[in-house]
Write a protein that binds this ligand. Structure first.
Ligand SMILES: Cc1cc2nc3c(=O)[nH]c(=O)nc-3n(C[C@H](O)[C@H](O)[C@H](O)COP(=O)(O)OP(=O)(O)OC[C@H]3O[C@@H](n4cnc5c(N)ncnc54)[C@H](O)[C@@H]3O)c2cc1C
Length: 390
């Protein structure tokens, strides 16, 4: 993280953050640099190693640069040479050089696993952040003051309580209401993502991403090391328990991609819509406040940029009234950005898993044209990156 600003004198402010994900850790690090003490409460007992590939660009890239995080992210990023679309028999139908996309983004783009973003954030945490793994907020006693009881029996008091605990936020459930009010599935789509040990497939993929787009289906496989491959699928009209069979049914790539699935993530593709984001001195950030969904390809980027924005608004707070004003300013400024990306994500739903023959053929034609420099950038922009088709 960037060098700390000069600490100001006076009472030390304290933040309680639920969720050691992308938004929570960014916020924790940035607040600590401004002299806050921070408790981060994470339900998982330790950082997770499983995850999916993230196309990282846009506002979060700029924020990561300001926060001094870019070197740590670049160190962990994965470089691919081409995105190759394949058909059901595994035959390559089109190739898009990733370098064209990087050039179009002026190098401000990288591909990284979500757990590696978390790892980079954890590695850069300054003093003043206390990590509490394997616990969660049991009850909030006073939302206005951020007084909480943890499941391990400890009670904490903070000047601000932050729900950075993802699409199914615990803080939101406790203070705003049940998930059903806020989580909006999109287009009947199911997302499945996993990592698997498969030296042979990793070698066969070489330095390339393989992608297959069919009616109501999309599948991607990419090596993440010499021995590991990550898979990602978007499926329409498929139930959770049928996801594996649906991927296998796509053909050669599907059969190979699921061979060694480890810790699969399977969930409905969804956005969260919450209004307002602030209740007393409790606030939501990242996916808890406004998930854009993987269809927008910007969720992690917005989580970092949004957390930075929130930290900036709280940086100079020294009294409860400063906190209240800072939270209001955060929502006023950041909500329009999130809502714009959410609208883009909803528009992308059909492009992700084409629903008609015409949409499918249009998408395949676009990928065939993607070897042309200007078109590659357009395809990547429409897709929200190179590891998602759309
Ligand atoms: C398959 C898939 C592909 C994606 N691809 C992209 C992409 O290419 N580009 C992109 O920018 N974004 C992408 N995203 C979106 C991106 O991953 C999210 O938007 C981003 O991680 C949101 O960050 P967050 O910190 O708000 O939530 P998360 O990163 O989800 O972190 C939430 C944290 O809260 C913890 N938590 C949950 N419940 C509790 C609880 N009760 N108590 C304490 N802690 C709790 C979780 O364990 C987790 O650590 C993708 C998402 C998916 C699902």
């Amino acid at each position: 993280m960037a060098p700390p600003r000069l600490r100001r004198y006076g009472r030390r402010m304290h933040a309680i953050i639920s969720g050691a994900g992308v938004a929570g850790l960014t916020l924790a690090g940035r607040l600590a640099l401004d002299g806050w003490s921070v408790d981060v409460i994470e339900r998982a007992a330790a950082p997770r190693s499983a995850g999916y590939l993230i196309d990282f660009f846009g506002p979060g890239f700029d924020a990561a640069e300001r926060l001094g995080l870019l070197p740590a992210l670049r160190e962990r990023a994965h470089a691919y040479r081409e995105v190759r679309t394949v058909d059901a028999s595994g035959r390559v139908r089109s190739r898009m050089p990733v370098a064209l996309v990087e050039q179009a983004a002026a190098g401000r783009y990288l591909t990284i696993l979500r757990p590696q973003i978390v790892e980079a954030l954890l590695a850069g945490l300054p003093d003043g952040v206390r990590m509490r793994w394997g616990t969660q907020i049991e009850t909030v006693h006073d939302g206005a003051r951020g007084s909480v009881l943890l499941s391990d029996g400890e009670r904490l008091e903070g000047d601000v309580l932050v729900g950075a605990d993802g699409v199914r936020s615990r803080v939101r459930r406790l203070l705003w209401g049940p998930d059903e009010q806020f989580v909006r599935p999109i287009g009947g789509l199911l997302a499945a993502a996993w990592i698997g040990e498969d030296r042979e497939l990793a070698a066969d993929l070489g330095g390339h991403v393989a992608m297959q787009v069919e009616l109501d289906r999309q599948l991607l496989a990419a090596p993440v090391s010499e021995t590991e491959v990550t898979g990602f699928a978007v499926l329409r009209g498929v139930e959770h328990q049928d996801a594996r069979a649906a991927v296998v049914g796509m053909g050669v790539l599907g059969r190979r991609a699921v061979r060694s699935v480890r810790e699969p993530y399977i969930d409905a593709v969804a956005q969260t819509v919450v209004e307002p984001w602030v209740r007393g001195r409790a606030v939501l950030v990242g996916d808890a406040a406004g998930a854009v969904s993987l269809l927008a390809g910007q969720g992690a980027s917005l989580a970092i940029a949004g957390a930075e924005r929130l930290a900036e608004e709280l940086a100079f707070a020294r009294h409860p009234s400063d906190v209240t004003a800072g939270l209001a300013a955060f929502e006023r400024e950041w909500r329009p950005v999130v809502e714009r990306e959410q609208a883009r994500g909803r528009r992308n739903a059909n492009a992700f898993a084409p629903h008609t023959r015409i949409e499918l053929e249009a998408q395949r034609a676009l990928w065939r044209a993607a070897a042309i420099p200007g078109v590659a950038a357009l395809v990547a922009r429409a897709a929200g990156g190179v590891t998602k088709a759309g």
